[in-house]
Design a binder for this molecule. Structure first.
Ligand code: HEM
Length: 407
């Protein structure tokens, strides 16, 4: 089985899991000429790559794309974009990365994230109140897209009036990542969106230096550990990663979860009748419907993965969603089981770069799914013909649900 033969087919986007299984069984570390990298599908191999930052580096995971596809003149034009992706949390390795994570540990305490519970609940209630009289939920438009962006804006103390700006920047910055080979015009547009967002956030940072508040941006400005502090560049890098890492991921997870609950009405009813299952259910949604399919590293030396020789500088795609369905790790991996324990999925990654926003994503998911179940007797998809968006992240472009409202 050659992944390259199916990569661009609609069947693969609609259901990549049979392909992942065949790769796991027959060629678990396969070279893709289309993606120009190694594709790793087995759970153990994926965890090894995520964990071993000495051999599998985050340095160059994005900038390498530019260096491989553009000439010197183009690289000069893209300098601000390349500079941004050369620094900051997600683009560096330990020990520099460990230092930043230590400082952020103070900021992303469970108690800090817990403070956003009421905001998330109020936002979901407000959105549901608007759509309930219609009996229909257009999931991405009404809830899954606006919820995370409003939450992140709130983390940064951004006024509601500026949320559309945030939404546009978020979409603009990630645009160049949507195709395996980036296009120069798209990169330039992404660069402009990035520069605008950084300028906006920089004004917020300067304000908080003199007038601290209790938002996450302010906590980052004032975070201290053993006399150390985050630089302005590190705060900007982290803030951009939070916007990019916390927005579309949550949109895609919530949408795919609601699709799967429609496809599994018995599991939907089970959760409706046992709201206490929500904690294990959210972990199972992450495993079964996790949005992050492809995560990337660069080999920092000649090495080996799953028996294949990998050269220094080779790109490695760790297929997180494939690992989460590996029968070597999970019994009945293609079964949605909301009571599954243990559930050591890698939907949030693993090792040094494990998702910083995982507690917030879990909070948003629990509240959003719980609230929909509470106000409905059941819900189902209007049409099973789903169009899938499938880049690094995967999820339905849109999803129409018909709701039977509780009386
Ligand atoms: C369903 C939602 C989410 C999923 C599936 C997800 C997934 C991930 C994954 C797989 C990584 C590791 C990337 C790597 O190792 O290369 C990651 C990192 C990260 N995520 Fe998330 N994420 C989600 C939500 C969030 C939210 C809500 C935030 C913040 C509010 C966030 C902030 C971050 C940050 C800052 C990193 C970088 C951590 C580091 O490099 O040390 N994520 N996320």
């Amino acid at each position: 089985m050659k992944l390259d033969d199916v990569i661009h087919t609609p069947d693969f986007a609609a259901d990549p899991f049979p392909v992942y299984r065949e790769l796991q069984d027959c060629d678990p570390v396969q070279w893709s000429a289309i993606w120009n990298c190694w594709v790793v599908t087995r759970y153990d191999d994926v965890r090894t790559c995520l964990q071993d930052a000495k051999r599998f580096s985050n340095v160059g995971r994005i900038t390498g794309l530019f260096h491989r596809h553009f000439d010197a003149g183009q690289l000069a034009e893209l300098k601000p974009l390349i500079d941004h992706y050369s620094h900051g949390l997600i683009n560096i390795d330990p020990p520099g990365h460990t230092r930043i994570r230590r400082l952020l540990h103070e900021v992303f305490r469970p108690s800090t994230i817990g403070r956003y519970r009421d905001f998330v609940q109020a936002f979901v209630n407000e959105q549901m109140a608007k759509i309930l009289p219609t009996g229909k939920l257009t999931v991405v438009r009404d809830l899954a897209h606006p919820l995370p962006v409003h939450v992140i804006a709130r983390l940064f103390g951004v006024p509601v009036a500026d949320v559309p700006l945030f939404t546009a920047w978020s979409a603009g910055i990630v645009a160049f990542m949507q195709t395996p080979v980036p296009k120069m015009e798209t990169c330039l547009r992404s660069q402009q969106a990035l520069l605008d967002l950084r300028a906006y956030l920089r004004r917020g940072i300067i304000e908080r230096q003199t007038t601290p508040s209790d938002d996450v941006l302010s906590l980052m400005v004032h975070a201290r550990s053993e006399g150390d502090a985050l630089t302005e560049d590190e705060i900007l890098g982290t803030a951009v990663t939070i916007l990019l890492g916390g927005h579309e991921t949550t949109t895609r997870l919530l949408t795919t979860t609601l699709l799967e609950l429609s496809r599994h009405p018995e599991q939907q009813q089970k959760l409706r009748q046992n709201p206490d299952l929500m904690e294990t259910a959210v972990e199972e949604f992450l495993r079964f419907a996790g949005p992050f399919h492809r995560d990337q590293r660069v080999a920092s030396c000649d090495t080996e993965v799953g028996g294949k020789h990998v050269k220094k500088g080779d790109f490695i795609l760790m297929m997180l969603a494939a690992a989460n369905r590996d029968p070597r790790q999970f019994s009945e991996p293609d079964k949605l089981d909301l009571t599954r324990t243990p559930n050591r999925h890698v939907a949030f990654g693993f090792g040094p770069h494990i998702c910083l926003g995982a507690p917030l994503a879990r909070l948003e998911m629990g509240i959003a799914v719980g609230s929909i179940l509470e106000v409905t007797k059941s819900f189902r998809v209007v049409s099973q013909a789903v169009e899938w968006k499938f880049g690094f992240l995967r999820g339905p472009c849109e999803l129409e649900l018909e709701l039977e409202i509780s009386t």
